[in-house]
Write a protein that binds this ligand. Sequence first.
Ligand code: PMP
Length: 418
Amino acid sequence: METALWHPFSDMAAVREGEFVLDRGEDVWVYDTDGNRYLDATASLWYVNVGHGRREIADAAAEQMRKLAGYSIFGDFANEPARAIANRIAGLAPLPDAKVFLTTGGGEAIDSAVKIARRYHDAQGEPGRVHVISRAQSYHGTNGIGTGIAGIEANRSGFGEILPSSSRVRYDSVDALREEILRVGPENVAAFLFEPVIGAGGVLPPPEGYLRGVIEVCHEYGVLAIADAVICGFGRLGTWFGVERWDAEPDLITFAKGVTSGYLPLGGVVAHGRVAEPFWERGGNALRHGATYSGHPAACAAGLVNIDLLERDGLVERGRTMEGVLAEALAPLAEHSLVAEVRAGIGLLGAVELDPELLRRLPSAVNDLQMLVRQRGVLLRPLGKALAVSPPLTIQTEQLREIGEAFAGGLDELALKL
Ligand code: PMP
């Protein structure tokens, strides 16, 4: 069948020749429409944290849809699932007196967090603080602000300048952030964004002391620190928001993906009580921002059961207890002649970067390898020079080994083709 479906981030001239159509999922497995089974080594786009096919989530969403499927939470309107999930997330967050602003996904959470930061400064009598600093290689979604601050250059270029008051710094240097704040002038800087572990930019863990270091610098200059936990949250790094691993306390945290394990779209921003204060304690200071589906009851009901499952099955802890097993399963690949580096060891998150010489000779190597591994029944995700692994948190030791073996088999076959 000819397709009219325009795929995100995809070369449609190639994709239109043949789509890979998935039909159903069960735990770590997905099946295509021909009935072939694949190990979902990436949990879709890093999000199916509780695994596929959880009836409890589907039932809760269906029940809520039969009761009250959708209703806005503008003004004083509310619904029980939205109230419950906000309180639940506030209780889990490593921020005092936390408040939760709900969105429909991660990109919207980023735009919300940056707008909250700018309005916070405005309310504090510093309307000049609008500049936003992000890190090279960072990915913060594809909404307006997320595009404007993208650290993956290719995701920002060609759209014109969307957020002129923004700049990027090296991703591995606390001093680079300090220098940039001083260059721009602290009185002009609203916020600094960081992913605890950079995801789409290549799975890049922070250097020792980095997270606490950048937050300290932010606070020294009155800049709000925004942790983007869209990938790192809800167990991916073995904690609820990722930042706890470094004992870091940002001012705002964005989340999405694992909050519902993707069963329905949901995201949001957790604000430190201090940042929420101008909006919650002072009259006439409404945040003029929010989307139609903020606090969507069915999505929130799905999220609540997802959080129940993460807790009941000990999956957040599992993100940590299994990290060594993932690292061990991928470690042998580092010896392969086509591999430059294996990055794993913090949470159920890893990447294998290909050799630069291979990428020069064969620019399609990452995609080719993805296909060769898929033929071996394992789904991986291409990330520039690397392939990512981020399985459901339910994954077993044997299945992690299977991922490593399929990877190795794909690499051997790729080597034969050179
Ligand atoms: N931030 C990060 C760190 C992400 O990885 C993503 C999505 N991959 C986003 C933001 C954007 O989320 P969404 O695609 O739900 O808009």
